[in-house]
Design a protein around this ligand. Structure first.
Ligand code: SF4
Ligand code: SF4
Length: 320
């Protein structure tokens, strides 16, 4: 999964995040209804060709905790969207590295044939650059054009910080993949990071420079196209979010990802996929909401530090 969340152990939240309905101080915990299902994510599997230092889903060449999803498993969910009459705009795929999954092209095709836009989060490295994947992508691009967007992980615009996270030489290989996408006319977006030492404007200027150098037509100033995640200190204390917090923070439950999306995963050893509240909490049983989208349309109780840190306070979103 190519979004950046520093996954260090949470040590400062003892006593908090226990009861789904109330906080440690007995107040009503905030919850989020699925008010506008807009994006359905599929986790294609946690295997990845590389091991990033802070991959929030702990992907690696050996982690198959979430196994490969198949086209046959994806299709019933796509059909259920129509049955439910949901106004879903986009089907998004994340991993792991989605192009490790041999059925990636078929899953994209299943979504595109039903009229959805398709977003794929990828590192644009060797798995995407294999001949079979290139051929499949070119065919889909010819048939569905701008309905497809590849959101590429450029962990940082500087080679030094990108490679520190992802391994030596990795920015060069990602830029090679992006060059292939550019030359073949694909829509590209980028997922990146605002490093501790810089502010958002500086980070966007850095990405703009990288795009100009490589002739990438990617808007560095558009937060939905160059999606930047702030670096966060996960050892810091996190407040619990109560129903009162929305008013205090001048935020709405509709602002957070679980109001507009769900993620389908298949756990190793499971007979069938399951639907989770969001992309950020893949391993938390409490955030597994059911086997179908209908079952998973229930309220989400914000009973995890990530809810406060990334969504309500930090404003991070995986679904821009
Ligand atoms: S490239 Fe792989 S290891 Fe790195 S953040 Fe993405 S999924 Fe995780
Ligand atoms: S981490 Fe964010 S999107 Fe996920 S359940 Fe918590 S508030 Fe919702």
């Amino acid at each position: 999964m190519d979004d950046y969340i520093n996954n260090l152990p949470v040590t400062a939240n003892i006593g908090k995040f226990q009861d789904p309905l109330t906080t440690a101080t007995g107040e009503l915990r905030a919850h989020v209804p699925l008010s506008n299902p807009e994006t359905i994510w599929f986790n294609t599997g946690t295997l990845c060709n590389i091991t990033c230092a802070n991959c929030y889903i702990e992907s690696s060449p050996t982690n198959d905790a979430l196994v490969y999803m198949s086209r046959a498993e994806v299709e019933p969910y796509l059909d259920e969207i129509s049955e439910l009459g949901w106004a879903v705009r986009e089907i998004a795929f994340t991993g792991g590295e989605p192009f490790m999954n041999p059925e990636m092209i078929g899953m994209m095709e299943a979504a595109l044939e039903r009229g959805f836009e398709v977003l794929v989060l990828t590192n644009a490295m060797r798995p995407m650059m294999r001949k079979s994947m290139q051929a499949g992508l070119l065919d889909l691009h010819e048939r569905f054009g701008d309905k497809i967007t590849l959101r590429i992980s450029v962990d940082h615009y500087s080679e030094e910080l990108h490679d520190a996270e992802r391994g030596k030489g990795s920015l060069a290989r990602t830029l090679e993949g992006m060059g292939w996408l550019r030359d073949n006319g694909f829509n590209m977006a980028v997922a990146g990071r605002i490093a501790f030492h810089e502010n958002e404007a500086q980070a966007r200027a850095g990405y703009a420079h990288l795009y100009a150098e490589n002739n990438f037509k990617i808007d560095a100033q558009n937060a939905g196209i160059t999606v930047l995640f702030p670096e966060m200190d996960m050892s810091a204390e996190v407040p619990e979010i109560t129903t009162e917090c929305w008013g205090i923070l001048n935020k709405s439950p509709d602002d957070v990802m679980c109001s507009s999306s769900r993620m389908v995963v298949k756990r190793k050893g499971a007979e069938r996929p399951a639907v989770l509240a969001c992309t950020l909490l893949a391993y938390e049983p409490e955030f597994e909401l059911g086997a179908t989208l209908r079952e998973a349309s229930k309220l989400v109780q914000l009973n995890h530090p990530h809810c406060a840190k990334f969504c309500v306070l930090g404003g991070a979103s995986c679904s821009a």
